[in-house]
Design a protein around this ligand. Structure first.
Ligand code: ZN
Length: 161
């Protein structure tokens, strides 16, 4: 498997919920996702980026590797922040994206345990970015119209940000 890049149509698809109890299959998927994320390298990845249309995300910050099945954003702060965001599926490009500063994300661990994550700043941004992938949304879709066009132009001409 490899990380798919824009404009691969798989990145535009709605991913399906997974059975978090089916751990053998999910462990294999997450092992592959982890390998691809680390070799990229990146700090987050969603299964649809490998062409697997399942709602599974991973991320890796200082506290180690985390996996979440069927992630759901159940709360988001009114306060927002704009920050440059990149994506392994849109290589070389970063675009400013407005997102809530704090979110609460629920989902299941592999094995079925339900978890609730209260996140802010970078983790909140990663969770929103990866949930977007599960919904077929990439950073180019989130950017403001004029920045979106400029970013697409840079991407298509292979310019470096
Ligand atoms: Zn991404």
């Amino acid at each position: 498997m490899r990380i798919l890049t824009h404009p691969n149509p798989a990145l535009k698809q709605l991913a399906a919920a997974v059975d978090a109890y089916a751990d053998g299959e999910l462990q294999r998927l997450v092992a592959e996702m982890t390998k691809r994320m680390r070799e990229a390298p990146g700090i987050g990845l969603a299964a649809p980026q490998l062409g697997v249309l399942k709602r599974v995300i991973i991320w890796e910050l200082d506290d180690g590797l985390n996996t979440l099945c069927n992630p759901r954003l159940v709360e988001a702060s009114e306060e927002t922040e704009t920050d440059e965001e990149g994506c392994l599926s849109v290589p070389r490009i970063s675009v400013p994206i407005v997102r809530p500063v704090r979110v609460v994300c629920e989902g299941e661990l592999i094995g079925g345990e339900t978890v609730r994550i209260e996140a802010d700043d970078l983790l909140a941004r990663i969770l929103q970015h990866e949930v977007d992938h599960c919904d077929g949304i990439i950073i180019l879709d989130r950017a403001a119209p004029e920045e979106r066009l400029a970013a697409i132009r840079r991407y298509m001409t292979g310019e470096q940000d």
